[in-house]
Structure formats: C-alpha cells, structure tokens
Design a protein around this ligand. Structure first.
Ligand SMILES: [Zn+2]
Length: 160
C-alpha cells in the first residue's frame, strides 16, 4: 500500500536524513579506528625492527614479525632517488659506531654490523645488516619490474 500523503513523505525523508547522519557518524568513527589500527601496526613493525636493529638492545626474534614497514621506507627512498641503485665500488663491513642507517634511519650501534657502500659518484651509504638485505631485495625487484615489458604477451605459452 502506497501513501501519497505529503506528511508521510516528509516523515520518510526525515527518517532517511537521520539514518544518513548516523551512518556518516559511524563512518567517521570507523575511519578513526582504522587510522589508529594502521598507526598501531606500523608501530609494531617498527618495534620489531628496532628490536633487531636498535642500538644496544638484545636481538629478539619476534614470531611473524615482518620488515614491511622498513621495506616501504627503503623502496620509497629508492623510488625518490634518495638511495643509490647502481653497483657499489666497495663494501666495508664492521661494527657500527652510532651513525644513522641510510635505510631505516636508526643508529647503527656497536652491537650491530654496519655495511658501508662506496659508489662511483663518491657517495657513501651505510646500512644495518637487515637493511642491506632489504635494500638489495628492493633493487632486485625493481630491476625485475624494469625488465618486464609493459606490453603483455611475453609469457605466452604455446597451447593447442
Ligand atoms: Zn637500518
């Protein structure tokens, strides 16, 4: 049964407006919750990295911990041209002496190994053990991306 009474339509319109407002409030609440959760997950990833690479802290292996946060930071630095992508001339490995890692930005303390790379342009960058691995992996995956032709078809397999 359909009502054509304008006061009913106004009531429906008021109800829809109230529902929309309540959904907007809930959406804002969920967005805030999501932002807080993302922030917390980034903190946890960094905490795991700090436990391994932080200065003077006993290394603790955290089950399921990933370097995702550090990978993001290093990939971002590479794509913005802040980290070298060419082959280094020399590599020095030794105990850290408190200088900042060019990858994660944390200090490389004496309890960690520092990898120092000299490049043909005279640039020197230093990384933690872990960050060297992340940097190398990022370079390899970038090189693979560049080798992959943008037009498809290279993976065509003859089929009958
Ligand atoms: Zn580092």
């Amino acid at each position: 049964m359909k009502s054509r009474d304008p006061s009913d339509r106004r009531a429906v319109s008021r109800r829809l407006k109230a529902e929309t407002t309540s959904l907007q409030v809930r959406t804002a609440g969920l967005q805030a919750e999501l932002a807080a959760t993302l922030e917390r997950s980034r903190d946890l990833v960094w905490a795991a990295h700090r436990r391994r690479c932080g200065d003077g802290v006993e290394a603790v292996v955290v089950a399921g911990a990933s370097d995702a946060g550090v990978q993001d930071v290093i990939s971002d630095k590479i794509s913005r041209g802040l980290l070298p992508t060419e082959r280094p001339l020399k590599l020095w490995v030794g105990r850290g002496n408190g200088r900042a890692c060019d990858g994660c930005g944390l200090r490389i303390g004496p309890t960690h190994m520092e990898h120092e790379f000299d490049f043909p342009n005279g640039r020197t960058v230093r990384f933690h053990d872990d960050c060297t691995a992340v940097w190398r992996r990022a370079l390899v995956s970038q090189a693979e991306d560049e080798r992959r032709p943008s037009a498809g078809g290279e993976d065509t397999i003859a089929a009958d």
